[in-house]
Ligand binder design. Structure first.
Ligand SMILES: [Zn+2]
Length: 579
């Protein structure tokens, strides 16, 4: 983006921020590093002290989580134009017009999603958040998808603090701008502290988090509550921990083990709730993902003490598809929200530049990668996609990757490869996920693969490290070898797949029996682009050695509608291709 445009936008935002700034003061904890203090835009610092009784009778807490780079409205199958910060802006403004005391929080994972966000490292998202007037955000694990220098730039751009009390550098200083803040609503003091999932130390990119420490969430929370309880009327834990089925993990564990928290605003598991989860008297809320809903919690307060809490989830232009006289019509779920046109124009430069940036050449294909046989046999394009997924997840030590042929929708022609091509090859917004399966379920996975009729979209394309024979006569998968050995029923395997299959799509219900699942939130096409660049930009289609097919006697499998140049390489001749 041109410098003049950047400055202009910064000016507009500042003006908008001053105009929209809610009427409350923020104090930032004393641990805040000096450099970051200047970036916290609002108000005076206070030294705390006894919280006097306030006249405030209601506090509204609005929240989002797992926004994952969706700054403008988008197509979310099957509905067009859902979500987007311009609609969220209108909603927040309406709520501020009718309620005096409103807090707006984000429970982390702002980063990694659509190109309008990714190509500019969440700049559009942060500009939108500034404009809307967020009060605070917690560091999610995906805030470490980029280098610490990018995270620092993001914190500098944000006109609200990034919080986390349990992530420090090895010298003990906080990685976030502050562990907590105290907001003052006409004497009602609200402490908000941040917690980041400790597992980030395993699932984060080790190149970026190597110098950081992730401390126990419960111990840190106890310290935060002790620090805040005498200075505040209400304590909110802004957490990126996740909602799981039991009280020994994530935000439920926090609620079960730490007393004195009035509300947990959570993220990470992309959980869509109809009502708060209450553990040990503490309500836990989460607002699905991608800004598709905004959570609205309301505390009723009597003499500075919480007397009640209610919560709802507000849809952001979600739509239901219905048939009317044989035609598709879309009906709004909840009320239609008009987009804030000023914010639409602030987002416009990013949207426009995506087209230009997608024209960028990322590499050269030495021969075409055809997709015509992706539902029938091993293909060079399927190998490329699966290998890219395996490579991207390498820090999680996966065993192999698997991709449904039907998810691959276009050829990579020979010659220069524009980014746009990969958006056609992989048009779905599916992210790369790592799923942990028991050995017995891995065997069940290959049993299922053998039952998929040849030509169906579910046909498996696999990464290096796996080979098997599909016997269509017996309906069995034979000679399955994973990294040189047969499936061991007594161990678990880490399998990289896409978010569609991980959820059980295309009949892969075996993935629903996963021991654990981790969503990298990186879209497959972006992963393939990164992989091509990692390979030095030149890719050669190669095939063979992964999937052998024994056809049923007397049947033909039909011909694919485009040839695969790669098939000239004899079966079994190439084991490893892309490195
Ligand atoms: Zn997360």
């Amino acid at each position: 983006m041109q410098e003049s445009m950047r400055k202009f936008i910064a000016f507009l935002l500042l003006a908008a921020f001053i105009f929209l700034s809610p009427g409350c003061k923020t104090s930032v904890s004393a641990d805040l590093p000096v450099a970051a203090q200047a970036d916290v835009p609002v108000g005076e610092r206070e030294s705390g002290g006894d919280a006097a009784v306030s006249e405030v009778t209601e506090l509204v807490v609005l929240h989002t989580n797992d926004f994952h780079g969706h700054p403008v409205s988008f197509f979310n199958y099957p509905a067009p134009n859902v979500g987007g910060l311009p609609a969220i802006s209108t909603l927040v403004r309406q709520i501020r017009e009718t309620h005096e005391n409103v807090l707006l929080l984000d429970a982390g994972d702002l980063n990694t999603g659509r190109p309008e966000s990714n190509l500019f490292k969440a700049e559009a998202d942060l500009i939108g958040y500034n404009y809307i007037g967020y009060d605070a955000m917690v560091l999610g694990n995906h805030e470490f998808d980029n280098s610490p220098a990018v995270l620092k730039r993001q914190m500098d751009l944000a006109m609200f603090p990034f919080l986390s009390a349990n992530v420090t550098w090895k010298d003990g200083s906080y990685v976030a701008e502050a562990p907590y803040i105290i907001k003052d609503f006409k004497g009602l003091k609200v402490g908000i502290f941040g917690l980041t999932i400790k597992e980030t130390e395993f699932i984060g990119n080790p190149y970026y988090i190597g110098q950081m420490l992730f401390h126990d969430e419960v111990q840190t929370a106890r310290r935060m509550v002790a620090e805040l309880k005498d200075k505040t009327h209400l304590i909110i834990a802004l957490t990126h921990l996740g909602l799981y089925g039991s009280n020994d993990r994530g935000s439920r564990r926090l609620a079960a083990k730490v007393a004195g928290i009035d509300l947990i605003v959570d993220g990470h598991t992309h959980t869509r709730l109809n009502e708060p989860v209450v553990v040990n008297g503490t309500p836990i809320v989460q607002a699905w993902h991608w800004g598709l809903v905004v959570g609205q919690g309301t505390f009723t307060i009597i003499e500075g003490k919480k007397s009640g809490f209610r919560w709802e989830s507000i849809p952001i232009n979600l739509k239901r598809r219905e048939k009317k006289n044989g035609k598709n019509v879309f009906r709004f779920v909840g009320e239609q929200i008009e987009e804030d046109t000023r914010l639409v124009s602030l987002m416009q430069p990013y949207v426009e530049q995506v087209d230009t940036l997608l024209a960028k050449v990322v590499g050269i294909a030495e021969a075409p990668f055809f997709y015509g046989k992706v539902r029938r046999s091993e293909t060079a394009i399927g190998n490329l996609v699966a290998d890219a997924m395996l490579w991207y997840s390498r820090h999680l030590s996966p065993d192999f990757a698997i991709q449904n042929g039907g998810g691959i929708r276009a050829d990579i022609p020979d010659g220069e490869i524009a980014k746009k091509v990969l958006y056609e090859v992989l048009p779905f917004d599916n992210s790369v996920m790592v799923v942990e399966l028991r050995g017995t379920d891995v065997a069940a996975l290959f049993d299922y693969i053998a039952t998929i009729p040849n030509g169906k979209g579910a046909f498996a394309q696999v990464s290096e490290g796996v080979s098997f024979t599909l016997d269509y006569e017996t309906g069995k998968c034979e000679n399955v070898m994973i990294n040189g050995g047969p499936i061991d029923p007594n161990r678990t395997y880490r399998i990289v797949t896409n978010s569609y299959m991980a959820a059980g799509g295309d009949g892969y219900s075996v993935f629903k029996r996963a021991v654990s699942k981790y969503d990298t939130s990186a879209f497959q096409r972006d992963v393939v682009i990164e992989y091509i660049m990692h390979l030095g930009g030149r890719i050669v289609p190669r095939v063979g050695g992964r999937i052998k097919i024994k056809r049923a006697r007397g049947t033909t499998l039909g011909t694919a509608f485009s040839g695969d140049a790669a098939s000239i390489v004899p079966e079994g001749s190439v084991a490893r291709q892309w490195d």
